[in-house]
Write a new protein. Structure first.
Length: 276
């Protein structure tokens, strides 16, 4: 892809893709459970001219090493290790789905270390581990694997359930390819990591500029829930993309990029001003 590179951190733990390495402001994109760094290539291409745009492979995905124990907390610790490895000073973090949960968890211990954050198609809580809804959610996604299906065989239907109206054909193909390539063990571990996650009480403590972004047809992170989530974060902006589902950056890449444009530009400028 023009301007982007497939890279590995010096310690060998993390694979990632990046564009715009000479730009002073780093923007880090964090994918969801069915994703990978390459799911963000449309954003790396779009933003790489003005930012150091980086997309990691979450531990256990792509070229990144697995964690011995997978939880939102250990993933947030891995995020900090990754940011240290790439020397990202006060980055802007864009977290999608579980990536957004990781960003929320990371903010608990690094409350002012980001220039800004985008929480896209995510949630502040998954709820109690023994709840009926939670059990049903996990069973719907892991049950077929228990019965002999593979990630490759499940990917087309899983992705179709996630997208909204008229998804971009190339984005749909890319989403399916990413989902099919997720190691089954990593998919299972990431799903189980959701259980018990609850950072609703921490929303009011978020101290950095925040944009909350939803899709009106998203059934995993419903827009009304996300709008309510935004209302608890001091000064947060809220954008809802009409007709979009859960994979907005792939379904509607132009709309997703346009929604991020003013937010990223404003807070990169503020960071540059602070550095002077």
């Amino acid at each position: 892809m023009p301007g982007s590179q497939i890279l590995t951190t010096k310690d060998g733990r993390f694979g990632y893709e990046a564009a715009g390495a000479t730009q002073p402001q780093t923007v880090v994109f964090l994918h969801g459970i069915g994703g990978a760094a390459r799911a963000w290539r449309g954003q790396l291409d779009h933003f790489g001219g003005r930012f150091h745009a980086v997309a990691w492979d979450m531990p256990g995905y792509g070229q990144s090493s697995r964690l011995n124990e997978v939880s939102i907390s250990t993933l947030a610790g891995a995020l900090q290790d990754f940011l240290t490895q790439i020397a990202a000073h006060r980055p802007i973090l864009v977290g999608h789905s579980i990536g957004g949960m990781i960003v929320q968890e990371w903010l608990l211990t690094h409350p002012q270390d980001a220039a800004a954050v985008v929480l896209a198609q995510t949630s502040p809580a998954f709820g109690k581990a023994d709840g009926d809804w939670q059990k049903s959610f996990i069973e719907a996604r892991l049950g077929p694997l228990d019965r002999g299906a593979t990630m490759a065989s499940l990917a087309p239907d899983l992705v179709k359930e996630l997208v909204g109206d008229d998804p971009d054909p190339q984005g749909l193909a890319d989403a399916t390819s990413c989902m099919a390539a997720v190691p089954e063990a990593s998919y299972r571990a990431s799903m189980m990591a959701l259980l018990g996650f609850d950072r609703r009480q921490a929303l009011k403590e978020i101290k950095v500029p925040t944009l909350v972004l939803s899709g009106s047809r998203d059934r995993n992170a419903p827009a009304p829930m996300m709008e309510k989530m935004a209302s608890f974060i001091p000064g947060a902006g809220y954008v809802e993309l009409q007709g979009a589902g859960h994979l907005v950056n792939l379904e509607r890449p132009a709309e997703f990029n346009a929604a991020l444009e003013p937010f990223l530009s404003a807070h990169a400028s503020l960071t540059a001003a602070e550095a002077r």
